[in-house]
Design a protein around this ligand. Structure first.
Ligand code: PEP
Length: 251
């Protein structure tokens, strides 16, 4: 039985002050959270304040939206694994489609980032997903397979056990047009099969695969009614504490 995992990706939203207000309000709405993990990826500038505000609930996990693969050095504007770990991060998003689209995070970089996260004790959430054009031209499976295999080069069995995959069709992110649960399930099954082939055969049943793309408090139950879907990566619906609390309650 895999523990459900709901991750709120704040993207470039919320100052540190706003983050603290959000967490306090969320905690009022969700005084106890059990049997599910809830992750938050604030901007780097709000990680510290969010960590302090979240403290004391083991169901709440702090994560980052990105990392650089080097430990330190002349990489202006970047943040490394040890820096995130030191701040209390437990996981990190890698290869989010906005990173791939706007910041040049191609497969080689996502692989370096996955390896760096594992090296520094951070659980990577590797994001994969096809564009609308790729889906319409029936390239979804090939794209997902390429992103997975390339992103996980050099990750051994132990590493795979720490990895989470987020299937996020690019056309569903921030568009209000979620995939159907049936579309997601087909891709989730393929992801589990590929990871099994990559060498994680005995661990693949433990692998968590999240769906992301216009998840709301209204549609989360439909996704989670399928055993293949272990949780969600949520953008827009995680920014308001009431909406996010409702979504977590339903999950
Ligand atoms: C995301 O940012 O990963 C995401 C899925 O966003 P949204 O829920 O807004 O589609």
């Amino acid at each position: 039985m895999r523990t459900r995992f709901i991750v709120g990706n704040w993207k470039m939203n919320k100052t540190a002050t706003e983050a603290v207000a959000f967490v306090h309000r969320l905690k009022q709405e969700l005084p106890s959270v059990e049997g599910i993990q809830v992750g938050f990826t604030p901007p780097f500038t709000a990680l510290h304040a969010t960590r302090d505000a979240l403290a004391s609930n083991p169901a709440f996990l702090l994560g980052a939206q990105n990392l650089h693969w080097e430990e330190k050095g002349a990489f202006t504007g970047e943040v490394s694994g040890p820096m995130l770990k030191d701040l209390g991060c437990e996981f990190v998003l890698v290869g989010h489609s906005e990173r791939r689209q706007h910041f040049g995070d191609q497969d080689t970089w996502t692989n370096r980032k996955v390896l760096a996260a594992l090296r520094h004790g951070l659980r990577p959430i590797l994001c994969v997903g096809e564009t609308l054009q790729e889906r319409d031209s029936e390239h979804t499976d090939a794209v997902i397979e390429r992103q997975l295999r390339a992103g996980l080069v050099g990750v051994d069995d132990q590493g795979l056990a720490a990895v989470t995959i987020a299937y996020e069709p690019v056309w569903a992110i921030g568009t209000g047009r979620a995939a159907t649960p049936q579309q997601a399930v087909l891709v989730h099954r393929m992801i589990r099969r590929i990871i099994g082939e990559l060498g994680g055969a005995d661990r693949v049943q433990q692998l968590r695969i999240l769906y992301g793309g216009s998840v709301t408090p209204q549609n989360i139950a439909d996704f989670l009614s399928f055993e293949e879907i272990d949780g969600a990566l949520v953008g827009g619906a995680c920014l308001d504490p009431l909406s996010f609390a409702t979504l977590v309650r339903v999950a």
